[in-house]
Design a protein around this ligand. Structure first.
Ligand SMILES: Cc1cc2nc3c(=O)[nH]c(=O)nc-3n(C[C@H](O)[C@H](O)[C@H](O)COP(=O)(O)OP(=O)(O)OC[C@H]3O[C@@H](n4cnc5c(N)ncnc54)[C@H](O)[C@@H]3O)c2cc1C
Length: 538
């Protein structure tokens, strides 16, 4: 991505076809779709890219087996097709994950679940794609679900050792790193000319004769304000969508909090994911993710502040109770490697349904000023949301410019074995780098080779390298310790209790030219942020 200062200069000097407000998955998708259809695009993110809900998901690119229960068949079908497309467009970032629903004590796997999985299988088949890609052995298509033996269950879920499962269902969904998906899409949008800046808040709309023609921007670093002029405004601010203007045509958001906790792989070893009961007919996931085990999620109405959403101790206890019951373990909050929470941007329809039962369908709203608001939806369906939005712009402009995002590869996938070996870089870092950056992993390694001190892992035993901190500043507008730990790497979630804050601040200080006082302030700021985010439960 271009440097932030350069981006801000471009934002103040030019007039754009489209200003996208919000740098989560939805805004990133709209920026890519619009830019690749020939629009000039600006994207403004108030805090850091993906710092809202898009860094706080369950990391699944999935149809959502659960939504079948609500008969949300259209949504599930759409998401399943997107899942398959994402694996083709970003194979390094979105990969298939085996999931198991185990059965115990000689019981047969639950029949109702089998019916749901049958439907899931049928709905995930994309006949058009099968026809057009026949013979393309590279492209992933999910195997049908099947019943597996107790031994096979244990191979995928070694953590179940003490429970002796007797059989289980095996099926597939896909998994990603949500932040990296956002950053990759933003990178592609920039290739098509979009200008993106973080710490750039849209304060309000600028209107002329009742039509929106720009936004007032607040530069979160300098405190300066200026106008960004544009013919079209897209509000993609997720849970903040009803706050950008006071227009009564905006959707009312009903935030629902979801909490996740993370355990060390050694404590709860999983090769595939597990679906486990969590009381009152609900289920949760336990998933292998970036070398750890991720457990979630809860789903409860939320009324607290949106800028920092903490996992509540009730939610943490609820998740641990389900894990302990299912795996026969005795984890307490202080055993957790980390935790995080996020809020779903659910659209309130005014009815008093529980948040679990509210549809995840996306909605597009058009205000009298012409501003488009796109919200709801899921990480998985970002491309469809973007297309829906930009189709409307194209229609308004009477242009003939179909969406192309179904054929734009996201990042350049590579095989980790192709990467050059660099002295001191741990063996496990190569696969992690290839998975995170694709071809750009070469740049991380080139830097690590030039400056040997940057070849070291940030946290001993985990694959992320200090060289990534430098490149995050130079290439991805990282500006703070939190940006590095919570988003450019995910160490703030995976190793929340062992973060080498000073070490990372020191590398940042050199790149961002911080004096010792500034460095101290930034370290202190991260302590406050980590506390507000509740990443270290108990
Ligand atoms: C617990 C949980 C688990 C989930 N799991 C999954 C899953 O596994 N798979 C899946 O497909 N989906 C999942 N989802 C849903 C998915 O994460 C969200 O639908 C998606 O991330 C929403 O993205 P967004 O871009 O609309 O919102 P956000 O990511 O919140 O982005 C909005 C952005 O707008 C910015 N902003 C706000 N106001 C302004 C302003 N005035 N100026 C500039 N910027 C502004 C914010 O800072 C924010 O970064 C999950 C959601 C939750 C909460």
């Amino acid at each position: 991505m271009i440097e932030r200062a350069q981006a801000l200069a471009a934002l103040s000097e030019n007039e754009f076809d489209v200003v996208v407000v919000g740098g989560g998955i939805t805004g990133a998708g709209v920026a890519l779709d619009a830019a690749s259809r020939g629009y000039s695009v600006a994207l403004l993110e108030r805090a850091d890219f993906a710092s809202g809900t898009s860094s706080r998901s369950s990391k699944l690119v999935h149809g959502g087996l659960r939504y079948l229960q609500n008969f949300d068949l259209g949504l599930v079908r759409e998401a399943l097709l997107e899942r398959q497309l994402m694996v083709a467009l970003a194979p390094h970032l979105v990969h298939p994950l085996p999931l198991v629903v185990p059965a115990f004590d000689g019981a047969r796997p639950d029949r109702l679940m089998g019916v749901g999985l049958n439907l899931y299988d049928v709905m995930s088949v994309d006949r058009d794609r099968l026809r057009s890609r026949r013979g393309d052995s590279e492209s992933w298509s999910p195997e049908r679900h099947r019943v597996i033996s107790g031994e096979e269950v244990l191979e995928l879920l070694p953590a179940l050792g003490s429970r002796e499962p007797t059989s289980g269902y095996l099926f597939y969904d896909c998994q990603t790193d949500d932040v990296r998906l956002v950053l990759t899409i933003l990178g592609e949008a920039e290739r098509f000319g979009a200008v993106c800046a973080n710490r750039a808040q849209a304060l309000n709309l600028i209107e002329r004769e009742g039509r929106a023609c720009g936004v007032r921007l607040l530069d979160g670093e300098s405190g300066e304000e200026f106008d960004v002029r544009a013919a079209n405004i897209v509000n993609a601010t997720g849970v903040w969508a009803d706050r950008l203007t006071d227009e009564s045509e905006l959707p009312r958001i009903r935030p629902s909090r979801g909490t996740h906790v993370i355990l060390r792989h050694e404590d709860l070893p999983l090769i595939g994911g597990a679906i486990l009961p969590a009381g009152s007919g609900r289920t949760i996931f336990a998933l292998p993710w970036l070398g750890r085990t991720l457990v979630g999620t809860t789903d409860r109405d939320y009324e607290g502040e949106l800028d920092h959403v903490r996992p509540s101790s009730d939610d943490v206890d609820y998740l641990l109770e389900a894990v302990n019951e299912f795996f026969g373990t005795a984890f307490a909050p202080h055993d957790l490697a980390g935790a995080y929470a996020g809020v779903r941007p659910l659209i309130s329809s005014g009815d008093p349904k529980k948040s679990v039962d509210i549809s995840r369908k996306a909605e597009l709203y058009e205000a009298a000023s012409g501003m488009l608001t796109i919200t709801g939806g899921k990480l998985t369906t970002w491309r469809r949301m973007a297309k829906l939005t930009v189709d409307r712009l194209v229609q308004r402009d009477s242009r003939d410019a179909p969406s192309r995002t179904h054929e734009i590869p996201l990042g350049q996938a590579i095989d980790a074995d192709e990467l050059p070996r660099v002295e001191s870089v741990p063996a496990e870092s190569y696969a992690a780098l290839a998975g995170r950056y694709g071809y750009a992993a070469h740049d991380v390694l080139a830097l690590a080779s030039k400056r040997g001190e940057l070849a070291q892992p940030i946290v001993p035993g985990l694959p992320d390298l200090l060289a990534e901190v430098v490149l995050a500043v130079r290439r991805e507008q990282a500006r703070s310790v939190g940006d590095i730990f919570l988003r450019r790497t995910r160490l703030g979630l995976l190793a929340a209790r062992e973060l080498p804050v000073e070490r990372v601040a020191d590398v940042l200080a050199r790149e961002l030219v911080w004096n010792p006082e500034r460095m101290e302030r930034e370290i202190e700021r991260f302590a406050v942020e980590a506390d507000a985010e509740g990443i270290r439960p108990g």
